[in-house]
Design a protein around this ligand. Structure first.
Ligand SMILES: O=C(O)[C@H](O)[C@H](O)COP(=O)(O)O
Length: 303
């Protein structure tokens, strides 16, 4: 495998690299921004790519926001996009539940461990759910809860799926309830299983860490519908109908973004060093996941 090409400062190399692709799939956290802080020259880079006629899709594992929420965030950041260009893990999970899994009613309700982004996308697909941001679940577990969960009186008999996402309001009551649904045969899904969340120019526990307690308790992994899952790639291709050989994935995390592009047999992958992964990880001898090219920051595409 040839070593990845370092493109920062290489104007000719950048031009050649860009000429290979008509479509760019962009990760968001760690590539475009850190939290609400836009990295330098990101808006100019997106403008330049659009001026070259490139199709852009924003592919994020962050399930806390819906496509509509991301459209508002892009607007606030001064980046012109439309909602249809955003493809998040909450949308990927909702589409999977509604159009692929299609559990027969009435046992097709979802027990959500996550934030509003998941709820909005489930609503958009007409999928019923409980928990999520419901304040009734944001409390300490009480002695009678153990009895009522165990005997089923506190459980909704129509729940057939547990969906685990990035949940900033974790608690034992929610985990215990989800565990009991899984013990009763509910399908175990996750929007994504990222170990960390790159934000505030640092790292915090990610969706995979938020759901780790439930995985440990039930003794099995959920089916994840975010990167690097190829169910997500297939859904994106099904919506945008792009030529994979002329498509490039741009990301900051090797085991989600770059792996997603490689396993999806895309024409190329471009790593940026503003997020999670370090260049030493993919420059090391025998590194398992190596991007086609890399840059210090996305804005280096405009120099
Ligand atoms: O923990 C998470 O959910 C992820 O770190 C986060 O949301 C990743 O978002 P992305 O980099 O895919 O935009």
């Amino acid at each position: 495998m040839s070593p990845p090409k370092y493109l920062t400062g290489d104007k000719a190399g950048i031009e050649e690299f860009l000429s290979r692709f008509d479509v760019f799939l962009f990760d968001c956290d760690g590539v475009l921004w850190s939290g609400d802080h836009l990295y330098p020259k990101v808006a100019e880079t997106i403008g330049m790519l659009r001026s070259k006629g490139k199709q852009l899709v924003f592919v994020t594992n962050n399930s806390t926001k819906s496509r509509a929420d991301y459209k508002k965030k892009f607007d606030k950041m001064g980046i012109e996009t439309n909602e249809e260009e955003v493809f998040g893990s909450s949308y990927s999970a909702a589409v999977y539940i509604a159009r692929i899994l299609k559990l027969p009613a009435p046992k097709n309700k979802v027990f959500v461990l996550g934030e509003s982004g998941i709820e909005q996308e489930l609503n958009a697909e007409g999928v019923r759910y409980i928990c999520g941001t419901d304040p009734a679940f944001r409390r300490d577990i009480e002695p009678e809860d153990f009895t009522n969960i165990a005997n089923g009186s506190a459980l909704d008999p129509e729940v057939g799926i547990v969906l685990s996402g990035l949940d900033f309001h974790l608690n034992y009551l929610k985990m215990a309830t989800a565990f009991q649904y899984l013990q009763r045969g509910a399908v175990f899904l996750a929007t994504n299983t990222d170990s960390t969340l790159p934000t505030a120019h640092s790292l915090f526990p990610g969706a995979g860490s938020a759901g780790a307690g439930l995985v440990k308790a039930i003794g099995r992994e959920p089916l994840a519908l975010g990167k690097p899952s190829q169910a997500m790639m297939d859904a994106i291709e099904g919506k945008f109908h792009f030529d994979r050989s002329r498509t490039c994935m741009v990301g900051d995390r090797l085991n989600t973004d770059i792996q997603f592009g490689i396993e999806g047999k895309l024409g190329g992958t471009l790593a940026v060093l503003t997020g999670v992964s370090k260049k030493e990880e993919f420059l090391a001898e025998g590194a398992p996941t190596v991007p086609m090219a890399y840059m210090d920051t996305l804005g280096d595409l405009v120099g």
